[in-house]
Design a protein. Sequence first.
Length: 158
Amino acid sequence: MGDGQGERVPGDSGACPECGAPAVDGLGCWEQLGMLLAWEGDDPELQAEHFLTVAAYNLQHPAQFTDAALAGLRAAFVERLDHGVAVAELRRRMAGSFEGQTRVLRKPAERQPVLRRWPMTIADVYLPERREGAAGRVRAWAAAVRAELDGPGSQAKI
């Protein structure tokens, strides 16, 4: 997550230039993520899925991250989904990898979003009129992202 997430492809109806998600109620991907994260304060089940929410979003928006950061995130995401590794354990494992001078984000001039269509995006999770069930939608979104990581095109940036 970071700056630049509000960018749009000209003439593409506000669709995200990385994941292709449409705007929802005038909100782009980054803003939809912010709203979903705000819901966590009132929804303990959704809050429990915070790691999956942020990881799924970031894996669908890789342009801002270094290759090493993406590899670490992808590995942690897979460990969580495939092996049920606790988030606290994932954080402990990754803590030393990104301390000090280690860069996680690319310099803004190095960020080059590439459109990759996903079967499910933040726009399928952030449904303003349906807060209920958001945690289930996050889990479905994470599963869809996970399936794509091993599918055709998985050699792409993530």
